[in-house]
Design a protein around this ligand. Structure first.
Ligand code: PMV
Length: 379
């Protein structure tokens, strides 16, 4: 029987048959009265971008990202049983102080995941969260924030259903995080994560992120990401609105064909260690993401003049020195400078000499590929 179940699971995994209903938890103990846990989850940076989605946070194309190491959210979730089970009840603290304006996003997240975690209304929660990166640095905290919260919720679920496997634990955490913020599903595990069905990535799914399944070439070990903070203000157009503008976008169809092709290419690049090929795909993906924004209706620009100055400086430096430094961009003006660990000294010197002047208050963050979420405290 066990081997039949294992085979069934394998088949489902290979043929990507895991469905939403597999994540509904029906049987759980009601014995746990209170407790708390603290998890950290990192940010991630996409190499092939997710831009455009279908209903229920299903991506319009597959994406792949580096999980980061230093840019993290650390969240403590405390829970205690309550009498009234009709509504969600929670307090939200950011760096130890109440933060009312974060609450609607959390409320929406809880509404979305309730079907899968029906025990949530039995508890009052205190969510105490902080980031390792500076507040309003223009670095999106939604991916790391939703991932850290999802890990804590799975911590509670594990208390209520001790028999769940580690595989289910992490897969469901990614599934829940996705419902909070799409790219958050790539912040559960490290070091390279694929989200979205792709015929060359075993077990890939639109419902959750999976670790890149094959061996990565040592050229990409400890790959560096120095994040240049060009503009720390609030974005004029949110990601939610941006994704939405991919409906009826004149180039959407073409883009949704290009992304899986780029993912195929980057898969073999990561396996063979072809850094030149890596640079081409990654920079093209960054500019394509912003090209989609420029050609939306209404159109918008998230890059700033200093973003372009930095891109030109990177090209100039690369041409001059042959040091394989490249950039990628998120949905914002900040620039992620990506480079192999063996050119760290020269690249940091270049950043200090030539790029820091384009950063707001000269600020930048040194990060690198990391390993995903971590349990900090389990009570
Ligand atoms: O997860 P969201 O809805 O914030 O969208 C993120 C989209 C990009 O960061 C621009 C690309 C990506 O794949 O992370």
């Amino acid at each position: 029987m066990i081997s039949f179940l294992r085979n069934k699971y394998l088949c489902e995994n290979i043929f990507n048959m895991i469905s939403e209903t597999d994540f509904i938890t029906n049987h759980y103990s009601t014995e746990i009265n209170h407790g708390s846990s603290t998890w950290s989850a990192p940010s991630n940076i996409a190499l092939v971008k997710y831009w455009g989605k279908k209903e229920n946070q299903i991506p319009a194309n597959p994406s792949i990202s580096f999980t980061l190491k230093n840019c993290k959210t650390i969240t403590k979730l405390s829970y205690s049983k309550k009498e009234d089970t009709a509504n969600f009840s929670f307090d939200l603290l950011f760096e130890g102080k109440p933060k009312e304006d974060f609450k609607p996003k959390i409320q929406k997240f809880l509404d979305r995941i309730e079907t899968y975690c029906p025990y949530l209304k039995n508890y009052h929660f205190t969510i105490d969260t902080e980031n390792t990166f500076p507040h309003s640095s223009g670095i999106a905290s939604s991916a790391s924030g939703m991932a850290a919260l999802a890990m804590n919720i799975m911590g509670l679920e594990k208390e209520l259903c001790p028999s769940i496997t580690d595989e289910f634990f992490y897969q469901k955490a990614s599934f829940l995080a996705r419902l909070g913020s799409g790219s958050a599903c790539r912040s559960i595990n490290g070091s390279i994560v694929v989200w979205g069905t792709h015929n060359e990535i075993l077990g890939s799914s639109n419902l959750f992120g999976v670790e890149f399944p094959t061996l990565i070439h040592p050229n990409f070990n400890n790959y560096q990401d120095t994040i240049l903070l060009v503009d720390k203000g609030k974005k004029q157009v949110s990601s939610t609105v941006g994704h939405d503008l991919m409906h009826n976008h004149p180039f959407a169809e073409q883009r949704f064909l290009q992304a899986p092709q780029n993912l195929s290419r980057i898969k073999s690049i990561l396996e063979t260690g072809n850094i030149e090929g890596f640079i081409k795909i990654v920079e093209s993906e960054a500019l394509t993401l912003h090209a989609m924004m420029l050609t939306s209706m209404p159109y918008f620009i998230l890059m700033k003049p200093n973003t372009l100055e930095i891109l030109n400086k990177i090209w100039e430096f690369r041409n001059r020195t042959k040091i394989p430094v490249c950039f990628t961009l998120d949905a914002g003006a900040n620039v992620h400078v990506l480079y192999p660990e063996n050119v760290l000294v020269e690249t940091l010197q270049f950043i200090k000499d030539e790029l820091v002047g384009y950063c707001q208050n000269g600020q930048y963050i040194c990060d690198e590929i990391g390993f995903g979420s971590e349990l900090i405290i389990d009570n």
